[in-house]
Design a protein around this ligand. Structure first.
Ligand SMILES: [Zn+2]
Length: 510
């Protein structure tokens, strides 16, 4: 398994630190958080790694899987199909550019997950995790004013991954290492308001400063800027977005808005970074700050989803009723109306939601992308209210997931199942689609297929133990069936064996 055995041992030692939150806080206590870390023997330090080079891509991926498996169980982790579609449309061209520019080797491309994990958190944050995973808080989507700005942040984080900054930190072999990895999880989990994570943030009675979350060196930051800038330009985004994102962060740091901008703490804006970015822009280049309508709506969605407290929802609806709204640009109005319609529907004020939707639809008429978002919202509201909606062709993932629910409600579960089945055949790691397929199968009385879909959803969430349980239940069901489904039964047998072997590997890592 491990070509160089020294590395394998070290990999397991690292992974051993990545158990539950309580384990993490224990390892933090051992290495010392506030004081400058001093090397010590024992559980907190690492065995040497032999040649001192980076960890392998597969070891890094396993580490990432381990962290992400925990994150996916965090109630603050959110798979919102509409936001995910929007972010993915920025992410994919960046990945492609990284590959074409040779920043991402074929091996890295295949081994890493290249998956963005969204957290419901209101704070402005994004972070690279091992193995090609990226964390992104809704607060960041809410605060950027263009796709280009969002692309600049994603490109910068992607560059940390392709330049192997994470593995370089981990390979540094100093006593800080276990702390870095622990902090990485904590940094990610600080997103959550779950009490375990909050407890983990208290080490020895002292609140842990988030400043310590995954500290890349200043050189690494500048390299991520340089590489990220190139990626974003190649991917077709306006490089000025990089500079305007910096302006935004600078303004926040002047306001000392540290609590709301964890991103600033992990990415301090040094004058060297600012000078670098300005030097890369063509002379006289200025970011033309025109708010795109679809972006305004997506931003508004991120804002309203990150704070669903009843007062916040009420405020959001009230904003759409303010007389001054008419003075704003059409894009700004679309954002306000979008959030207000969503909020009204989730307060179950369907009459108001309907009126707001009508206003939104008239304002988005001329913009195809904005119109699509309005139609998706119309379906979403129909699902909440039980009222009817205009059907749309499920071209993208957001359409598919929303339309499938609408079909199921209308007694067209077979249509939903068939669309979802084609989707998961191409996207086997899509847990939400598998879960929905399970429901569509159940609605049709296809119990065996439903249980298998639920098992696959657990595989996608990397909970192999839960997956094996369901596969075994499916096997038992297949054996006792009055009219056996031989094809399905043989798929289930194969998948059970495959996932059992994944489970064994997972157990060995512990
Ligand atoms: Zn960075």
């Amino acid at each position: 398994m491990h070509p160089r055995c020294g590395r394998g041992v070290a990999g397991r030692a690292l992974i051993g630190l990545l158990l539950a939150g309580s384990m993490v806080s224990a390892s933090l206590a051992q290495t010392g958080v506030d004081a400058a870390p001093t090397p010590r023997a024992g559980a907190g330090s690492l065995p040497t790694m032999g040649d001192g080079s980076d960890m392998t891509t597969s070891a890094e991926r396993r580490l990432g899987d381990r962290i992400v498996r925990e994150l996916m169980r965090d109630p603050e982790y959110i798979d919102d199909p509409v936001l995910a579609d929007y972010v993915d449309a920025i992410w994919q061209p960046l990945l492609k550019a990284a590959h074409l520019r040779g920043e991402m080797s074929d091996e890295m491309q295949q081994r890493f997950a290249w998956q963005i994990m969204m957290g419901r958190d209101r704070s402005v944050n994004a972070f690279a995790l091992p193995g090609g995973y990226l964390g992104l808080h809704l607060g960041l989507i809410a605060v950027v004013t263009s796709r280009d700005e969002l692309a600049s942040v994603l490109a910068h984080e992607l560059a940390h991954v392709t330049q192997r900054h994470i593995s370089r930190l981990i390979t540094k072999q100093n006593a800080q290492t276990p702390w870095i990895i622990g902090a990485m999880i904590l940094g990610a989990m600080a997103a959550s308001k779950n009490p375990d994570a909050a407890n983990a943030l208290l080490v020895g009675g002292q609140a842990l400063s988030a400043q310590n979350q995954l500290n890349f060196s200043r050189d690494m930051e500048r390299e991520a800027d340089r590489v990220g800038f190139g990626l974003m330009a190649d991917a077709g985004f306006a490089p000025e977005g990089f500079a305007s994102m910096f302006d935004k962060l600078q303004a926040a740091s002047r306001l000392n808005d540290n609590g709301a901008f964890p991103y600033l703490r992990s990415h301090p804006l040094t004058s060297a970074r600012i000078a670098d970015v300005q030097g890369r822009l063509p002379l006289g280049a200025r970011h033309v700050d025109v708010l795109a309508m679809d972006h305004a709506m997506v931003s508004a969605r991120a804002r309203v989803l990150s704070n669903t407290a009843i007062d916040a929802l009420r405020d959001t609806v009230a904003q759409a009723q303010a007389p001054k709204l008419a003075e704003q640009s059409a894009a700004q109005q679309a954002g306000v109306l979008y959030a207000a319609a969503w909020a009204a529907a989730h307060m179950r004020d369907f009459e108001v939601a309907k009126r707001l939707m009508a206003r939104l639809q008239s304002i988005t008429d001329a913009d195809a992308s904005a119109q699509r978002l309005a139609r998706l919202l119309d379906i979403e509201i129909a699902l909440v209210s039980g009222q009817s909606a205009t059907e749309i062709v499920p071209r993208g993932r957001a359409e598919l997931l929303l339309m499938s629910q609408l079909w199921m409600r209308e007694g067209k579960a077979a249509q939903a199942a068939s669309a979802l089945q084609s989707w998961v055949a191409l996207h086997p790691r899509d847990a939400s689609a598998w879960q929905m397929l399970g429901r569509a199968n159940t609605a049709q009385g296809q119990v065996l297929r439903a249980v298998r879909a639920e098992a696959e959803a657990q595989v996608a969430l990397m909970d192999y133990a839960a997956a094996v349980d369901r596969f075994k239940a499916a096997q038992a069901m297949a054996r006792s069936a009055a009219t056996p489904d031989h094809i399905e039964a043989s798929i289930i047998d194969t998948r059970t064996r495959q996932v059992q072997s994944l489970l064994r590997e997972q157990a060995l890592e512990r």
